[in-house]
Design a protein around this ligand. Sequence first.
Ligand code: SAH
Length: 346
Amino acid sequence: MIDKILTKAEQTHVLTQQEIVTLLQSTQPTVLFAAADRTRQKYVGDGVYLRGLIEFSNYCKNDCMYCGIRKSNTRAQRYRLSPAQIVEMARKAVDYGYKTVVLQSGEDGFFSADVMCDIIRQIKKIGLVITLSIGEKKLEEYASYKQAGADRYLLRIETTDKALYEKLDPGMSFENRLRCLQDLKELGYEVGSGSLVGLPGQTLESLAEDLLFFQRLPVDMAGIGPFIPHPDTPLFSETANGHFELSLKMMAIMRLLLPDINIPATTAMETLHPQGRLLALQCGANVVMPNVTEGNYRQKYELYPGKICTGDTPAKCRACIEGKIQSIGRHISQSRGFHGDYLKGK
Ligand code: SAH
């Protein structure tokens, strides 16, 4: 049964919701992981793209129940980097050999469209590809970042179960999240999305729907993150049991459905398993986003507890990940890593 579904997936990259659920239920996922690894090799090769992550503010006006930097978490120590500090960190990222920086933050009103555009223009001058991950904005704001030079945008749908989304993200609407993703596509961004795996109340059927949603959009990149309960959030009493393996399965199936997209081995995966990112790279992933935030900020950007490398420097993270990638017979790609570049021979 599993073998038949996998053969179909590898040949056609099309699966029904029921077939995806069957794969997610599998107690012997090794064959699924092997199929995803083959597909990854065939469509995006052995290169791993690195993206340097700058976590520039943990102020947030939203109150997502799962997130450690939610507005109501009074125990979070808030910080905000100045535009000059952000540009300086981007400059250092170039020295460490990164070709892309990802600017991520909570939804912080300090960073108006004008302030963001100014930062984007300065970073573009350095020659970096820019990915933004700063949440829900108006179409005009997305358009102005694009005009200033932003290339990619990451906005996870988190879950395609509308009722669950609206329960876990109070005050936010599922329609608006969809509208944002549509706007970003129409503006010509490379669009990244993704979902959390293991949310309370989430079903395997809804996880399957998440994958079908990414395929329909279609996304250029998608990150799967295991949900890790944060002690200072309303979901403190949940557990992360089983979320690692389920996330690996989600990633593997995503590779089968969207064979040439970029899939990151997420930091949250390594938080739950010491070899998490390497295992992810062997189950379909081809991107890693090492942290290039300096100083003690990275420990304050605590979306979930136990985040790895919070005491490390950007130089250490770069060297560490390079060694790990080489240890599994892969290499760091020197290409800028846009979706489809590998097949186009770039
Ligand atoms: N404000 C931006 C960035 C959000 S933080 C935005 O809205 O897109 C980046 C991601 O961290 C979120 O999209 C969410 O999927 C993830 N995250 C938040 N809380 C988490 C938790 N407890 N466990 C695992 N991942 C979490």
